[in-house]
Design a protein around this ligand. Sequence first.
Ligand code: ADP
Ligand code: ZN
Length: 212
Amino acid sequence: MMGPPGSGKGTQGKIVAEALKIPHISTGDIFRQAMSEATPQSEELKALINKGQLVPDSLTNAMVFKRIERSDCIGGYILDGYPRTLSQAEVLDAYLAEKHQNLDYVVMLDVPEETTVDRILNRRFCKSCGGSFNITTNPPKIENICDYCGESLSARDDDNEETVLDRIKVYEKETKPLIEFYESKGIVCSIAGDNSVKEATKEIGKCLGRDI
Ligand code: ADP
Ligand code: ZN
C-alpha cells in the first residue's frame, strides 16, 4: 500500500487486510508502538518521526522482516508504508526472492497534495482502539470522543503543519521513485484516493481481482 502521507494507506490497508483475512503490517504503527515504550530506541524514533524524517533503512527492514517471519503471514500480508525508499525496495526484493516469495501488487493511492494536508490536519485517532475520525468529513458523534470505545481522541504528534510539509517533501524525494521501480515489474495498481473510502476500497478490490 503506497501513497503520500494522508492518502489513506492505513485506512485502506486495514479494510483490505480484514476482508482478505491476512495481517496488516504498517511500519508507522510498528514505530508508534515502539515509541510508546520507554526504551532508548523510542527516544531515537521520536526524534526522527516527529520531525518528519525517515527511520533508517536497516532498522526498518529488520523490524518488517521480523514481523513477516511470524506464522500468521504464511497466507500473505499487506505491507502499509513499506518500502519507502529505493534501498528498502531492493533489500525487500532480495529477502523475498530468498524465501521464494514476491510482491503480487503495489497499490498506489493517488491524492492531490491539498487534500492530503487537509486530511492530516483534521484527522484524530483513538489510542485505545485505533478508531480514526476526521473532524470535518467524518466527525465522532460526541466531540473528541471515540464512537467505538468512548475514550478521548488525539492528533498524532507528527500531524502538525510543519512536519506534514517535511513528510511530503520526503515522500516526493525518497518514495516517489519507487513507482517507476514497481511499474517496470508491471505490478502497480493506481487508485484514485480522493474519492470516498468505500469507492477507493472497491477500486482496490477490482485491481486485486477480489470482491471486497
Ligand atoms: P504517513 O504515511 O502519514 O507519514 P505512517 O504512519 O505511514 O504515516 O508513517 C509515520 C512515520 O513513520 C513516517 O513519517 C516515518 O518517519 C516513519 N516510517 C514509516 N514507515 C517507514 C519506512 N518504511 N521507512 C522509514 N520510516 C518510516
Ligand atoms: Zn476507541
